[in-house]
Design a binder for this molecule. Sequence first.
Ligand code: H2B
Length: 114
Amino acid sequence: MAINILNLKIVALKHSIHLREIYKPIKPFTMWTEQKNTLYRKFEFADFSEAFAFMTRVALEAEKMDHHPRWENTYNKVEIWLSTHDAGDIVTDKDRRLSALIDNLLHNLPQVFE
Ligand code: H2B
């Protein structure tokens, strides 16, 4: 479902805040942390469409570098755990490289302005 900008504008007006504050990201993203031999980060988007668009971009990058994430998606949330199976399920430079690529994708997400 496309984001309904008019509704977002109404919500912004109601709460006297700028549209950008309620659009994207709806929560500040937490950074990557190392846990249980994986690089882990949780992402939260405005809705499923945004989350899945992000996952599609990640999938294309992952396929290009032949390095694939373990991940989970529930509606607007995406959790990613990066590790290298070939090296015995530990965090390697490949994971660090993919995490950096994923971070770059976030900067390139389309922005909505009033
Ligand atoms: N993805 C991840 N996360 N770790 C790996 O070790 C890995 C991978 N190995 N994708 C690749 C595929 C390997 O199995 C193929 C054969 O290149």
